[in-house]
Ligand binder design. Structure first.
Ligand code: ARG
Length: 591
């Protein structure tokens, strides 16, 4: 995208003494008051080198650059040169950018040559994949897409919770009360029931706890029977998890979970000892983090078993060795803030400078109106059920709206699941929020259905126009209605036949401005690890498009005007599609 500050700096540099274009660019301002122009350049700093009063410099500069194609008007006001960008030029350069990049519009090569790990989702096997996991899953998937779009080499890791003392309990419960058929029919619900039962029975009979401890110790030693049982529980759980991932079209490059690191922990513990970081405390081995205002990091418990944190230390070190990442991002709820502070601090104390490249991307809680979630008591809302409910509810809504019968099933899926995902990505991730069906599925709110509907509306406008008048760019249009990447001549020809001055009115021009911002928005989202920046922006684009659609006639008789308006429609469609794609959401052609 054309960077106006840079362009202005280049033009100014030809008339300013003592400053290069690179030095001028950061001095160019965006006035808060639009009547002072789109950009302004203060001349105070030039007074010394140019040996003139700043007011005089401003008026001379204004006269010198006023003729440039870039500007509609240039005015000196006191010591400032106020510049108004030529609207038609702005529209042309923005549309050219959208069409020449097509499905890559918004991307930059910022990340080329850099590796990023995004660790996300990471549910615990034999436990429900519940609504509480939705945020890490959807935010993580979106961050993967955003970094990938920016050229980074991204590795998606699902750090499955497939290890820990709870598997001792699970094994004992299964041996006492389990049935293979029951588990295979409905793995998680059944395993969960065993787990709940374990806790109930253990309250009456504490010896079960000891039995579970022994079973876990056997698992840690790699005893055959326990390992086989654990492996089976893991496989059955993954079958269920994968069903949910498929519904949301989410994939991973690595499924190395906690168990993967079980044989890598002794080396880490040894390293901590050698580096003099381990201290004994009531039988446990800890790293004292008091000087850093943190509670001690427990490395091994008094019975010698390792814990969650130890496995994370092993995982981080393994990942650095294996992937040599530039950044390792952990998308995990803010309940684990302390855990990650401890983890990163211990890595730092171990002398790993790359500890600073480990980033905890945290987020707030989801609650349901029905009450909070608890695995222990078995009152949980499964993510799969939420997604299925979304599809059902959407089916009802679209049936009522009278959607094309053939499309009902597909629309219900795309829109229902898209709505739930969009909702997760709407608010800043750190905010807690309550899941509310009326909000999620509101077709007129700032929601997934609204944005998808706007996309389908753009598609329909373009289809109607094409039926009546033929294609915009006679030869090269791809299925999204935008022009193929890099077909610059076709774009230039199409733009030549369009009267872009018809896009300088308020509604159209506001939309163009939103489109212009899109690439910067993607960069901002990556820098803040915050997909909601994109979510909000595509809502803005959709709203601007709908205003344009209501305020103006798009398919008018005048060919040059019609072409311009259709091109803007195609551009809005492309930006919405790319934006939704970065959220992991599909953009339907028809609804
Ligand atoms: N399995 C954990 C849970 O459900 C999340 C894992 C987070 N990642 C990590 N590297 N500790 O709470």
């Amino acid at each position: 995208m054309i960077d106006f500050k840079q362009e202005i700096a280049k033009i100014l540099a030809q008339h300013v003494q003592g400053l290069t274009a690179e030095e001028i660019a950061p001095l160019v301002e965006v006035p808060a008051d639009k009547s002072h122009g789109d950009y302004a350049f203060p001349c105070f700093r030039l007074a010394k080198t140019m040996r003139k009063a700043p007011q005089l410099i401003a008026s001379e500069l204004a006269a010198a650059i006023g003729g440039a194609e870039l500007f509609e008007k240039v005015e000196p006001v006191n010591a400032f040169v106020n510049m108004f960008i030529n609207k038609e030029f702005f529209v042309r350069s923005t549309l050219t950018e959208v069409f020449s990049k097509g499905s890559f519009f918004g991307s930059t090569d910022l990340g080329v040559g850099k590796k990023v790990i995004v660790e996300f989702s990471s549910p615990n096997i034999a436990k429900p994949f519940h609504i509480g996991h939705i945020r890490t899953t959807v935010i993580g998937n979106s961050l993967y897409k955003i970094f990938d779009f920016l050229g980074y080499d991204v590795v998606r890791i699902n750090h499955l919770g497939d290890y820990g003392t709870q598997f001792g309990k699970m094994i004992v419960a299964y041996r006492h009360w389990g049935s293979k058929e029951e588990v295979e029919a409905e793995p998680i619900k059944t395993l969960l029931a065993y787990y709940v039962r374990f806790h109930e029975e253990a309250e009456k009979d504490p010896s079960l706890e000891e039995e579970a401890r022994l079973a876990f110790a056997a698992l840690e030693r790699g005893d055959e029977a326990e390992t086989a049982l654990w492996q089976w529980i893991r496989d059955e759980s993954l079958k269920e998890f994968n069903r949910v991932y498929r519904m949301m079209d989410i994939d991973f490059d690595s499924w190395a979970g906690e168990s993967f690191y079980s044989d890598k922990m002794p080396a880490v513990i040894e390293e901590l000892r050698e580096k003099g970081l381990l201290v004994e405390s009531r039988g446990a081995q800890i790293v004292d983090l008091e000087p850093y205002g943190l509670t001690p990091a427990i490395i091994t418990k008094s019975d010698g078993t390792s814990i969650y944190l130890t496995r994370d230390l092993a995982a981080a070190i393994y990942r650095k060795k294996t992937y040599d990442f530039n950044k390792c991002i952990y998308v995990v709820a803010s309940q684990q803030d302390l855990h990650f502070k401890q983890l990163f601090k211990v890595l730092e104390l171990m002398g790993y400078g790359w500890a600073k490249d480990c980033i905890h991307v945290n987020f707030g809680m989801v609650s349901l109106p029905e009450g909070t979630l608890s695995t222990r008591k078995g009152r949980v809302v499964f993510l799969e059920d939420v997604l299925n409910t979304a599809v059902e509810k959407t089916r009802d809504i679209v049936l009522e709206k009278g959607v094309n019968a053939e499309l009902i099933e597909e629309t219900a899926k795309t829109v229902g699941i898209g709505a739930v995902m969009f909702n997760e990505l709407s608010a800043s991730r750190i905010k807690d929020y309550t899941f509310d069906w009326d909000e999620v599925l509101n077709f007129d709110g700032e929601t997934g259905p609204y944005v998808q509907y706007t996309h389908a509306r753009c598609a329909s406008v373009l289809r109607n126009a094409e039926e009546k008048y033929g294609s915009l760019a006679e030869d090269e249009v791809d299925d999204s209605g935008a022009f193929r990447c890099g077909v610059s001549k076709v774009i230039a020809r199409a733009l030549e036949k369009a009267d872009l001055s018809t896009l300088t009115g308020p509604a159209a021009y506001d939309l163009v401005k939103e489109l212009y911002e899109f690439p910067a928005v993607v960069i901002e989202a990556a820098a803040k690890y915050e997909p909601s920046v994109i979510t909000r922006h595509i809502v803005d684009i959709a709203q601007s498009f709908n205003k344009f659609y209501h305020d103006e006639h798009i398919i008018v008789d005048d060919e040059a005007e019609r072409r311009a308006k259709l091109m803007l429609t195609a551009a809005a469609k492309q930006a919405i599609k790319n934006g939704l794609g970065l959220l992991g959401i599909k953009a339907p052609e028809r609804m």
